[in-house]
Design a protein around this ligand. Structure first.
Ligand code: NAD
Length: 473
């Protein structure tokens, strides 16, 4: 039923006039000067968006400021009612959200339907529950105020949920900017805020690119910036906010190591790798993009990986059998292709790749640990591999990175796996698994992967400050 679903999503766009204004103070503004949102799989323009001006950002911040006392005064139970209403509407419109996400981002419909959208819903349900517990479990905390939230294009609705749900649960109001390539599900979410009867100004959505993000980070009316995106932009945001007194959390890039020991179950290791690096075209901040394998099993593992790669189906994101969809944008496809051109390793690419905005799944073996491809984030379906001999060497290689987002250890010796896991310098470490998320589990990095957490009590706490007034949360 894929075409029918696409038609449904497009009907929503057409019903809205397929030109979108900004969502400020509970309603959409008149569409202004344009930014085109494109389906990367077809090149078709899906909708025209508005690039927010400085006045628009001022208006969004003013609406959020105005809504703040009323929203905070609702208390945890009052806010939970609204979060449950948003969660239920996300569930009701799950299919529309999934199709719109796939059309806008290029990710396989199966992933949007089974991962992105259900996880986004769960984030709202979970934080509705946490909001109810705040008065008893966090009586000494108060909201921070108006939060500016800036998110990337790889999981558009899910990143929105990671940011908006805890901010609202803790009593803050929000001005959110989705990424310029993928704003449609954020605009559909605005629609849902209206349907849910969320008080005007509690959530405001402004569209546009880096310049709009800069206006937000420099805005004196914003109390906290929560950012997910590249390490370079994170650095820029630290510069702009320096000395401003704004609270800040940064979820940035990664080069997560996937350590495979000689006693690992190689078949499940390979399936784990499919999740680790070929999920979402490898456009995943915590992708297991750096394979470190014990020398004695390296050839066997690489052979198994190559065989499995041959079975990956690259193509139409709307096809339910597709494993790897379109890259988000031709610019990103070319960036990935450019990074790996002329690699010093042995490259293997698999599968018939259609013309257009696609990149073949690729494995590059025989790289030195210091090779730029072993150190730099590629953010595409490219796995790079190096070998180690001993546990100590494995740990040393895994930690030899400027990032520290995630890691994964594969061994049937659970004692060894846990010992290695404890020695890895990363915000999240999985054992015999990869890319597993839960709204209750805090996610975030260290070093140049950023600081602060999304999810769980830890993430919620990042949206609070000490309660000096004594008013209940
Ligand atoms: P990006 O930094 O280019 O853009 C992210 C967002 O920041 C976009 O909304 C963009 O418009 C905005 N932006 C760009 N320049 C800005 C500026 N100067 N000031 C304020 N805002 C600005 O990143 P991207 O290419 O969209 O996303 C890919 C990156 O995001 C990767 O590095 C990936 O690892 C990272 N990421 C991290 C996580 C995490 O949780 N750690 C999750 C997803 C993606």
């Amino acid at each position: 039923n894929a075409p029918e679903s696409a038609a449904e999503a497009l009907a929503w766009l057409v019903d809205k006039g397929d030109r979108f204004g900004l969502f400020i103070d509970g309603s959409f503004t008149e569409p202004g000067n344009g930014l085109e949102s494109m389906n990367p799989a077809t090149g078709e323009v899906l909708a025209t968006l508005t690039v927010a001006t400085a006045q628009d950002v001022d208006a969004a911040v003013a609406a959020a400021r105005h809504a703040l006392p009323g929203w905070a005064a609702l208390g945890g139970h009052g806010r939970a009612r609204h979060l449950y209403a948003l969660a239920r509407l996300l569930q009701k419109h799950a299919r529309l959200f999934a199709v719109l996400e796939t059309l806008d981002n290029g990710k396989p419909i199966r992933e949007a339907r089974d991962v992105d959208i259900p996880l986004a819903q769960r984030h709202f349900y979970h934080h509705a529950g946490l909001a109810q517990l705040m008065a008893s479990d966090m009586p000494d905390r108060a909201p921070i105020g108006v939060c500016g939230q800036i998110i990337p294009w790889n999981f558009p609705l899910l990143m929105l949920a990671w940011k908006v749900a805890p901010a609202l649960a803790a009593g803050n109001t929000v001005v959110l900017k989705p990424a310029e390539w993928t704003s449609l599900t954020a605009l559909l979410f605005a629609d849902i805020c209206q349907q849910a009867g969320l008080p005007p100004g509690v959530v405001n959505i402004v569209t546009g690119g880096a310049e709009v993000g800069e206006m937000m980070t420099a805005h004196p009316g914003i109390d906290k910036i929560a950012f997910t995106g590249s390490t370079a932009t994170g650095r820029r945001i630290r510069e702009v906010t320096a000395g401003s007194g704004k609270a800040l959390t940064l979820e940035l890039g990664g080069k997560s190591a996937y350590l495979v020991f000689d006693d690992a179950d190689l078949d499940s290791t390979v399936e784990g790798l499919v999740d680790a690096i070929w999920f979402n075209q490898g456009e995943v901040c915590c992708a297991g993009s750096r394979l470190l394998v014990q020398e004695s099993i390296a050839d066997r593992l690489h052979d198994k990986i190559r065989k499995r790669m041959e079975k990956l189906r690259v193509g139409d994101p709307m096809d339910k059998n597709t494993d790897i969809g379109a890259m988000v944008h031709p610019v990103q496809r070319d960036r990935v292709a450019g990074m790996i051109a002329g690699s010093r390793g042995e490259a293997f690419s698999a599968g018939a790749v259609p013309e257009g905005c696609y990149h073949a799944p690729t494995l590059i073996t025989g790289l030195a640990p210091s090779d730029p491809l072993m150190q730099e984030e590629i953010f595409g379906p490219v796995l790079v591999s190096a070998t180690f001999r001993t546990v100590d060497e494995a740990v040393q290689m895994a930690n030899n990175t400027r990032y520290g987002l995630a890691a994964s250890v594969w061994s049937e010796g659970i004692g060894r796996a846990l010992e290695v896991a404890r020695r890895l310098e990363a915000g999240v470490v999985w054992v015999n698994g990869a890319n597993m998320f839960d709204a209750a589990a805090p996610f975030g990095g260290m070093r140049e992967s950023g600081f602060g957490r999304d999810g769980g009590w830890e993430g919620l706490r990042d949206y609070t400050q000490p309660n000096v007034s004594g008013a209940p949360l």
